[in-house]
Design a protein around this ligand. Structure first.
Ligand code: SIN
Length: 336
């Protein structure tokens, strides 16, 4: 690949500023890979992360060189989006997702019940009906399934139906979250690990109280998770595991912060009470506005996020409108 975008932090540390970086600052559109051969261009969504790919249409399979450019954009920008001219079939969605890694066919852990697309146990069906005022799926900052020993490497999400406004998804760059901590805190966190649990003791509350639409704040009776997606308390046991608080990305070799409000419960060998103040600081820091981008979905868009180094948050602000997302995830090959 001829060109790779440098991160904001690279620039701050004095790397040469290339012509392409100058264009990036102006918010332009840039050729990917070998400019002569590749028709793919990248439009950055924000300074922190995120890019829209132009010139890619998944209604036909990508050749290896096109996919190499898409994959490089995924590594460089952490979350990428592709707008497709027509609806994609579940098979087309699966074929694209499988190029990112080993597809996850397993159901999520308690307390999540995960409806799937008929005939496709690998496609999570995330639907919120227009008259459903309850809590949405993923309406809190998290990385997916970090309560598993091998969490997801990436999610490949397809917008089957997008509301006319609202229902955006936000993302946060966890390389920047780590790189902007003081050297003292970095040193301290570098040697630490933390427990992650599917029980969502902290995120449940934040999701319950944050949702709002243009016309209304939630009523007390709306402050519940959608019954179709969350199991009853006696239906199962939560999953737990531990991961390093700072991880090294297996492909980019950059360090990133790896705790999230959704699933991280406490630091290893510490109580929940002892852990909470520092975790709270890190959760707040991890989603600083400068580290984020926000994507407004259109029907037939595909988004791919790197679940190893980005957090995401699905906004629940589209009461009165239907939203249907289909999500396929791929496993990390090894533990973080
Ligand atoms: C999620 O998978 O956490 C939700 C993503 C979305 O619906 O935008």
């Amino acid at each position: 690949m001829r060109w790779q975008k440098k991160s904001l932090v690279d620039d701050r540390r004095g790397f040469a500023v290339s012509e392409i970086d100058r264009l990036v600052r102006q918010g332009g559109v840039h050729p990917m890979g070998d400019a002569k051969a590749s028709k793919i261009e990248l439009q950055p969504l924000a300074g922190g992360l995120g890019g829209r790919l132009l010139g890619v249409d998944l209604s036909r399979p990508l050749d290896d060189s096109e996919f190499a450019d898409v994959y490089q954009a995924f590594l460089d920008h952490l979350v990428i989006f592709i707008s497709n001219r027509r609806a994609l079939s579940p098979e087309e969605h699966c074929a694209f997702a499988a190029r990112f890694g080993e597809v996850d066919y397993s159901p999520f852990s308690y307390p999540f019940k995960t409806p799937t697309v008929e005939g496709h146990t690998e496609i999570l069906l995330n639907v919120k009906e227009a008259n459903d005022r309850s809590i949405n799926v993923g309406g809190f900052w998290h990385a997916d399934v970090t309560y598993r020993e091998r969490p997801h490497k990436a999610a490949i999400i397809y917008a089957r139906e997008a509301p006319p406004y609202g229902g955006d998804t936000m993302f946060a760059n966890q390389y920047l979250a780590y790189e902007t901590l003081s050297p003292g805190l970095q040193r301290m966190l570098d040697g630490m690990s933390a427990e992650h649990s599917s029980g969502m003791p902290h995120a449940g509350e934040s999701a319950r109280f944050a949702s709002v639409s243009r016309t209304s704040a939630p009523r007390p009776e709306d402050r519940k998770f959608s019954a179709s997606l969350y199991a009853k308390a006696d239906d199962g046991e939560e999953s737990r595991t531990t991961h390093p608080v700072v991880r090294t990305h297996p492909e980019t070799r950059r360090k990133c912060l790896y705790v999230n409000r959704g699933f991280t419960t406490r630091f290893s060998d510490m109580t929940v009470e002892e852990s909470r103040p520092l975790l709270e600081y890190l959760w707040q820091h991890a989603s600083r506005p400068e580290f984020t981008c926000r994507y407004r979905w259109s029907q037939n868009d595909i988004g791919v996020w790197d679940n190893r180094c980005a957090l995401h948050y699905a906004l629940n602000d589209y009461s009165g409108h239907r939203r249907e997302m289909h999500r396929i995830s791929v496993h990390e090959p090894t533990r973080p």
